[in-house]
Design a protein around this ligand. Structure first.
Ligand code: ATP
Ligand code: MG
Length: 235
């Protein structure tokens, strides 16, 4: 199996109230294989979101390395400038955040098209591509609605479409089914499975949901700042 990502000995602490330092990650190591559905579990506050932000490069570890394997090249993220990392994220990495972060004043369609427009695409082309992708994720007809006018499941599909619009190779999703009922959760899981088949996209998903975990290929469990177990699901 081909690796797409390798993290070695990741440490991260935060300063709380300006003085008390808390060590959140204390030597996390993991590999993710191309095209796999990798799931991260553990109690609230254990550091799942923190780890996703470090793996996805918006955040940096205090110690340790995050390495990508893309286009036949090895990319050592600590040797890259912030601009280079922003470009890497824009071209190769998608994010679905714990709180979806759709922009409230823009329509569903505009929210999805925005990353393309930011990347320099013409607005008309970006909107057409966004429409196509929204249809692919099972979101139709409500293109002109703003996030507040959509259900939680619809908002989450918009967030997925936005994460996918630049055709990333790897998507980090933080609690993507957090507020969804079981029917909407299943739709998101179907969507993940379809995107993996059609586009070989790799998914790294943090979740509390055993339903989501049972759809993953491997489950990493976190406790006390480390991954203490990685199990493989029988399919
Ligand atoms: N920017 C920050 N500044 C200070 N402390 C932080 C910061 N980000 C996270 N933390 C702390 O780090 C710890 C881990 O937080 P994190 O959000 O990664 O947990 P989590 O596993 O994602 O939890 P949940 O399941 O509730 O989403 C928590 O104690 C949190 O308060
Ligand atoms: Mg979290």
């Amino acid at each position: 199996m081909e690796r797409i990502l390798e993290a070695k000995n990741i440490w991260k602490s935060f300063q709380k109230d300006g003085k008390n330092k808390i060590e959140v990650l204390k030597g996390v190591s993991l590999e993710v294989f191309r095209g796999e559905f990798f799931c991260l579990m553990g109690p609230s506050g254990v550091g799942k979101t923190t780890l996703l932000h470090i793996l996805g490069t918006p955040d940096k570890p205090d110690k340790g390395s995050v390495r990508y394997f893309l286009d036949g090249k090895e990319i050592e993220t600590q040797n890259k400038s912030n601009d280079e990392l922003a470009k890497l994220r824009n071209q190769k990495i998608g994010f679905v955040f714990q709180f979806h972060h759709l922009l409230p004043e823009f329509t569903a369609l505009e929210n999805v098209a925005l990353p393309l427009i930011i990347a320099g695409e013409k607005e008309k082309v970006a909107l057409a591509k966004a429409k196509e992708l929204l249809t692919t994720v099972g979101f139709e007809q409500r293109f002109e609605n703003k996030p507040a006018e959509l259900s939680g499941g619809e908002q989450q599909r918009v967030a997925f479409a936005r994460a996918l619009i630049n055709r990333p190779e790897i998507v980090f999703a933080d609690e993507p089914t957090g507020n969804l009922d079981s029917k909407n959760t299943e739709q998101i899981l179907d969507l993940i499975s379809r995107l993996r088949k059609e586009f070989s996209i790799t998914f790294v998903v943090a979740t509390h949901s055993s339903k989501v975990a049972s759809a993953a290929e491997r489950i990493a469990r976190m406790k006390d700042g480390v991954i203490f177990e990685i199990s493989t699901n029988e399919v």
